[in-house]
Design a protein around this ligand. Structure first.
Ligand SMILES: *[C@@H]1O[C@H](CO)[C@@H](O)[C@H](O)[C@H]1NC(C)=O
Ligand SMILES: *[C@@H]1O[C@H](CO)[C@@H](O)[C@H](O)[C@H]1NC(C)=O
Ligand SMILES: *[C@@H]1O[C@H](CO)[C@@H](O)[C@H](O)[C@H]1NC(C)=O
Ligand SMILES: *[C@@H]1O[C@H](CO)[C@@H](O)[C@H](O)[C@H]1NC(C)=O
Ligand SMILES: *[C@@H]1O[C@H](CO)[C@@H](O)[C@H](O)[C@H]1NC(C)=O
Length: 442
């Protein structure tokens, strides 16, 4: 009886699959059929293909492309903890710590993000590998003389060795420190919601992003006190919407446009590009939205989700009530609970050929794929106002789990970095729109 039922359901699945793949030319197929192996990173780093673009190399801080010496891939548990730290980091002050005590003993990096770029600070230019962060504005690096610095890959920046360095004076309009407490030069302090922080002298210097992208008088924090869970990276570059961010500072030069492509695995390279996107003709746009509560974040109008070509019955108002941000530093996408439940149940239905395996924490739909060489995964598409994002399989599964969660904080939806992989994501801040171009990196 049981085997008959199994036979019937696999027959149905087979028929469904063959029906879908026999759809007329041009019809979008409803399933990804992939080698299981292709979901995992390779042992060596593959360079960016067709890298004629004048872009900045963007890589994961873990895995074979990482410039750091410590590059072990985090365990699934560490990723979950990192994502909790990330949410705390993003929602500083708004939400008190959400850290789960049962996870707190796992060592993890701070919530500042996963992707790094190597840039040059000063004259002569000194290489510094920093985290790219779309969730904050102020850029900073560790600086000598250190009062408190953590260990980093490259030598710590010494402003006294740079001919183009200057501290910002107290009376400058760029100094936000209250006059009364400012002596000689302007101080900055930036606390993140995950408990880490950086403080020191607000300064400017030449920033060399690539041979073609040199920014004079770049304002940044020269951090002499840096505390928390930072590791290896020299600091971060802030790509948020606020006025201290790299995007705002270079709006004359790049018209407030930047884009990036996050690679499908940590053994591939991606890119960051300032100015016009590299694949402008294939970019489709949706409106960028604004929130007075979170002025630095990039909000998008998520209105629906499809599984295997069928749109789930979720009202757009479910997504709109708390809003949805696009974030480069959060790994797993967070959806409103009812939207997640609808996604999970449709996804599980299409994946019924594979055994579920027990899980804990953020992810609850994980499969035991052992014994399978190829797997067939229903396509998942995100619908934004004006754009449908048909996710690559690397944007659906992570560690053999459905890479979405229904655990929101402050009712905020987050499109995480897993889902953005392989798209060129374009932030056109001037025209208040967000664009996507598929197949931008592998
Ligand atoms: C690379 O860029 C140059 C100059 O922009 C252009 O002439 C050339 O066709 C490009 N090559 C490829 C393969 O895209
Ligand atoms: C700031 O103070 C210096 C001298 O202390 C003065 O030369 C400069 O003009 C002042 N700048 C502004 C913007 O007030
Ligand atoms: C900076 O972070 C450290 C480590 O989390 C913490 O002990 C310290 O109190 C923080 N400093 C401030 C001023 O909040
Ligand atoms: C904390 O984690 C445990 C085990 O992973 C889980 O059972 C519990 O529900 C979590 N608590 C919160 C508040 O997320
Ligand atoms: C999609 O993901 C797979 C698996 O990680 C990868 O091999 C492939 O290159 C990706 N597709 C595109 C278009 O980048």
């Amino acid at each position: 009886m049981a085997s008959a039922a199994l036979l019937t359901s696999s027959c149905v699945l087979f028929l469904l699959l063959s029906y879908r793949s026999h759809l007329a030319n041009g019809e979008v197929q409803s399933y990804h059929k992939v080698q299981r192996r292709s979901l995992n990173p390779g042992a060596v780093c593959s360079p960016l293909k067709g890298s004629n673009v004048t872009s900045i190399r963007l890589v994961s801080r873990y895995g074979p492309c990482s410039p750091f010496e410590t590059k072990e891939l985090p365990s699934p548990e560490q990723i979950l903890l990192k994502d909790q730290l990330r949410v705390n980091y993003l929602l500083k002050g708004v939400v008190k710590s959400q850290l789960n005590d049962s996870l707190a003993s796992i060592p993890a990096e701070f919530g500042g993000g996963e992707y790094v770029i190597t840039v040059g600070y000063g004259t002569p230019s000194r290489e510094q590998t920093v985290t790219m962060d779309t969730g904050s504005d102020l850029s900073w690096i560790q600086c000598k003389p250190c009062n408190k610095c953590y260990s980093q890959q490259e030598p710590i920046f010494d402003p006294s060795q740079s001919s183009s360095y200057a501290a910002i004076p107290c009376n400058s309009s760029e100094c936000s420190q209250p006059r009364g407490s400012c002596s000689s030069s302007c101080a900055y302090f930036i606390p993140y919601g995950d408990g880490s922080n950086s403080s020191g002298v607000y300064s400017y210097d030449r920033l060399t992003l690539s041979p073609n992208d040199v920014i004079e008088h770049f304002l940044f924090g020269c951090g002499t006190d840096n505390e928390g869970l930072f590791h290896d990276a020299a600091g971060l570059v802030g790509l948020g919407r606020g006025k201290q961010s790299l995007v705002s500072q270079t709006s004359q030069l790049y018209h407030s446009v930047f884009s990036y492509c996050l690679p499908s695995t940590s053994s591939n390279m991606g890119f960051l590009k300032l100015g016009e996107p590299s694949d402008a003709s294939n970019t489709v746009y949706t409106r960028m939205q604004t929130s007075s509560k979170y002025p630095s974040f990039y909000f998008v109008d998520l209105i629906g989700i499809s599984v295997a070509g069928e749109q789930l019955a979720i009202s757009p108002s479910v997504f709109r009530s708390g809003g949805t941000i696009l974030d480069s530093g959060t790994t797993i996408t967070r959806l409103p609970p009812s939207a997640y439940e609808a996604l999970r149940s449709a996804f599980r239905e299409h994946m019924s050929a594979y055994p579920l395996k027990p899980t804990n924490g953020l992810l609850d739909t994980c499969y035991d794929f052992s014994g399978y060489k190829t797997i067939t995964v229903p396509k998942v598409a995100l619908h934004f106002d004006g754009v449908t994002l048909d996710l690559n399989v690397s944007g659906i599964l992570r560690h053999d789990c459905l890479a979405f969660s229904g655990k929101q904080v402050d009712r905020l939806g987050i499109i995480g970095n897993v889902q953005q992989r392989t798209f060129e994501v374009v932030y056109d801040v001037g025209n208040e729109r967000i664009g996507f171009a598929p197949h931008a990196c592998s």
